[in-house]
Design a protein around this ligand. Sequence first.
Ligand code: NAD
Length: 495
Amino acid sequence: MSDITLLPAVTSFLAREHGLFIDGHNLASQGNAKIAVVNPANGQVIAQISDATQADVDQAVASARQGFKTWSRTSPAARAAVLFKLADLLEAHREELAQLETLQSGKLIGISRAFEVEQAAHFLRYYAGWATKITGQTITPSLPSFAGERYTAYTLREPIGVVVGIVPWNFATMIAIWKLASALTTGCSIIIKPSEFTPLTLLRIAELASEAGLPAGALNVLTGGGAVGKALIEHPGTDKVSFTGSVPTGIAVGQAAMGAKLTRATLELGGKNAVAFLPDVGIDKAVDGIIEAGFLHSGQICAAGERFYVHRSRIEPLLEALSQRLGQLKIGSPLDETTQFGPVANKPHQQKLAELFAIARREGSQIIHGGRIGDGPGCFVEPTVILANSASDTLLNQETFGPVATFLPYDSEEELLQLMNASPYGLSASLWTNDLGKAMRLIPEIQAGTLWVNMHTLLDPAVPFGGVKASGIGREFGSAFIDDFTELKSVMMRY
Ligand code: NAD
C-alpha cells in the first residue's frame, strides 16, 4: 500500500501564510519570528508559524476580555448550540483535520480520524450538554435568629473569566478541544497556545468555531514557544491557566501562576504509569493488554503504561510472546492506512529516547526487543521491551513517553503494591486479573487518579480524569471540570 492522497483543502491550508487567530480572524503577528513545523515521518518542513510577541499577547488578551463580556452573557442554551454546531463542523471536516494532524505529529491516519476528530467531537458534545446544567445550591444558614429576623443563602457558579489553555504535542487536536470546550461551556473565553510542534489543526479549528457562530474574542489562538505561554499566564488580564504537559513545565507553570497574581491553575501532567498482571491472566490476554497500554500511538499518551509488573512465574513466556507480536508490526508511513506503527512526534523526542536506551544499556538492563532509533530523516523508534535489574533502574522511574515497556518481576501481592506506589507520580494505573474479589481489595490500595481493571488508556468524557501526587492538580471531564472553570459566589440575605 502507499500513502493516501492529500485533500486539496490540506495542501492549500499548508501553503498559506500562517498568522495568529485573534478577534475572530487570522491576523499577522506584530513580530517577524517564525517557527518551522516539520513532518516527523520524513523531516520535511510543512509550514512556518509565528512566534507571538508580547504585543500579540496584549492584543489577544484585550480581545479575550471583550469576548468574555459577550460570551458570559450569552444564554447557556445558545452557548451549547454553538458548541454542538462546532462538533458537526469537526465531523464535516474530519478528513481534512485528520490529514493535517498526521502531517504535523506523525500519528497514524486511522488514529487521527478516530481520536483527534471523531472522539474530539464526542467529547465536545458531552461538554456542550453541561452548559444548560450548571447550578448552585440553596442553603439554610445555620445560625439562630437573634430578634426574629430570618436569613437565606444561595450559591452561584460564575465563569472564571479569561482562561489560558496550554496544549502539548501528543494529542494536539483533542486536548485543545477539551480545553476550549471546558472554557466555553462554562461561559469563559479562552486563549490557547498550542505546542510549537503541532499548531496547525487548532488554527483551522478556530476558523470553524467562527463559522459555528462563536463571537469574536471568545477563542483566540497564539502560536509560539513556551515564552508565549508564560507571558499569557503572567498577564494581568488573564484569570486561569489550564495546562497539559510535562511535570517540569507544569511545576514552572504552577509557580508562574501563583507568583503572578494567584492565577487559578489546573495541571494535567505526565507520570510513570504502572500496569500490574496477577498470575491468573493468560499470556495472550496479557500481550494484548501490554500493546494497548504501552504501544498505542507509540506510547505517546500521558496515561500510557510505562512500568509493567508481572509475576516471576510468568515473565519469561510473556516477554517472548510480546517480542514476537511486536516483531510482526508493520512500521512505516503514518499516511499509509496499512501501517501499524509510525514515527514518534519530533526529533528532540527521538533523541531523548535514544539517550534513555543508552542509559538502560549502561545500567545493564536487558533490551529484550527493539532499542534502536532510525537513522533517516524520519523520527522512527523501534517498539522496545526492557527487562530491568531492579526497581531503581532509570527506565522504571523516568517518563519515556515513547514506545518502551519496562518490566520487573514480583513475587507477592504486598511487593506488587509497594512497587506500584513507590513513585512520585500517580496519573493512571491498570490491574489485570480474573479474580474480582482480589481486584476489589487492591483497588483502594493503588495510588492513581484513574485505575483501569482489565483495560488501559480508554478515556470517556463522563469519567473524571487527572493525576494524584506529582501528576497534576484538578480533573477534566465528568462534572468535575466545572469547579475549575467557575468561581463559587455565596449570596446571603436577611429579611
Ligand atoms: P511540555 O511540558 O514540554 O510542553 C507543553 C506545552 O507547554 C507546550 O505548548 C509548550 O510550548 C508549553 N510551555 C513550555 N514551557 C512553558 C512555560 N515556561 N510556560 C508556559 N508554557 C510552556 O510537554 P510536551 O513535550 O509538549 O508533552 C508531553 C508531556 O505532556 C508528557 O510529559 C505527557 O505525559 C504530558 N501529557 C499529560 C497529559 C494529561 O492529561 N495528564 C496529556 C497529554 C500529555
